[in-house]
Design a binder for this molecule. Structure first.
Ligand code: AMP
Ligand code: FES
Ligand code: ZN
Length: 337
């Protein structure tokens, strides 16, 4: 197979584009697509400072690489979830990436903001870990952006992530999730940073190839709490579809953005207020993050609180706090359109 650009030996076939590239030409192709997405969707300009949320995985580090090489002003943000070896290894990847390029990296620990790291939050609430984790990440990203003077936060969500989210929301006909499914979520309140997903047109396979060809050292393991998640099953289903019919994922997502999303625009505009505790946006009096922090605090005894904050596993069974968290949908208040 030959590279479409130079005629040399191709290393990657892209069936959905009916083409193939050698390593250097694929890197050029990938960068071109991502930077074109940033411009076409008016995600940010070279005058703005961009906070790139990096998890240590291939997507967010590839994104940081493309934006930095593309001349954008970037700072990394790593959120330490305190998930034992997984967090330690992913943080090390982000630190090494930043140090090699002389780029600034900010690190914020959930344990410090919440009073407990994610494993202890999971034990204390007995709710799906990913929802508490996702809420914490969105909250910390937004606050770090506001405090650091960044108008925009970029995340590494790729085509596979976005198509799987859309698939899940469609199965449930979750109208508010469908209304929020956008590669650019504008700052609809003075206390909200814009949130953008410049990789939303690039598949996971393409992003992995880019990271590999650029020699980026990323963490391959998935979060241990993600095992068995429905989103993984949805990704597998979509991959099977893509195998038999290349381009399906992109068609599904792009078709939705072009033709259907407008139908789900929230009819009643959401009125955002400032949380009386922390000042971040909320639809009620107290934001979802502050409520979660209170609930975690109530559910843990003082000794457990200390252990959780320093990321040590508790020696006792966690007390049940079933039902304490009433509604994680409140998490969507951050960045509600
Ligand atoms: P995930 O929700 O784990 O699929 O991650 C989606 C995106 O969120 C990643 O590409 C990152 O941009 C961002 N992200 C995930 N985990 C972290 C983290 N621990 N710190 C900073 N950003 C993160
Ligand atoms: Fe949040 Fe796994 S990354 S629960
Ligand atoms: Zn709050």
């Amino acid at each position: 197979m030959k590279c479409r650009k130079c005629g040399g030996r191709a290393v990657l076939e892209l069936r959905r584009h009916n083409t193939a590239f050698c390593g250097p030409d694929f890197v050029t192709f990938f960068r071109h697509h991502v930077l074109e997405t940033v411009r076409r969707w008016r995600m940010f300009t070279t005058d703005e400072s961009v906070l790139v949320a990096v998890s240590g995985g291939k997507d967010s580090l590839a994104l940081w690489d493309v934006l930095h090489e593309g001349g954008y002003r970037t700072t990394g943000l790593y959120i330490d979830l305190g998930i034992f070896d997984y967090s330690r290894a992913s943080k090390a990847r982000c630190e090494a990436f930043a140090a090699e390029r002389g780029l600034p990296l900010r690190v914020v620990a959930v344990a410090e903001e919440m009073g407990a790291a994610i494993p202890a939050v999971r034990d204390a609430t007995r709710r799906p870990t990913c929802s508490a984790c996702g809420l914490s990440k969105r909250y910390i990203m937004n606050r770090a952006a506001l405090e650091g003077g960044f108008p925009v936060v970029a995340t590494g969500h790729n085509l596979d992530d976005e198509a799987a989210t859309l698939f899940g929301s469609t199965l449930r006909w979750d109208e508010s999730a469908l209304a929020r499914q956008m590669p650019v979520l504008g700052a609809t309140h003075a206390k909200l940073a814009r949130r953008v997903k410049p990789l939303f047109r690039m598949s996971e396979r393409e992003t992995a190839a880019y990271a590999f060809l650029r020699g980026i050292d990323y963490i391959v393991e998935e979060c241990p709490f993600a095992r068995g998640a429905t989103s993984i099953m949805h990704k597998e289903l979509l991959n099977r579809l893509e195998d038999t019919s290349p381009g399906s994922k992109a068609m599904f997502l792009q078709g939705f953005l072009d033709k259907a999303r407008g139908l789900f625009q929230e009819r009643e505009p959401v009125v955002l207020m400032e949380c009386v505790r922390c000042g971040q946006t909320t639809t009620g009096e107290i934001c979802a993050f502050c409520k979660l922090r209170d609930q975690v605090k109530r559910a843990m005894r003082p000794t457990e609180r200390t252990a959780a904050a320093v990321d040590l596993p508790s020696t006792e069974d966690p007390p049940s706090a079933r039902g304490l968290i009433s509604d994680f949908h409140a998490a969507s208040e951050i960045h509600a359109p």
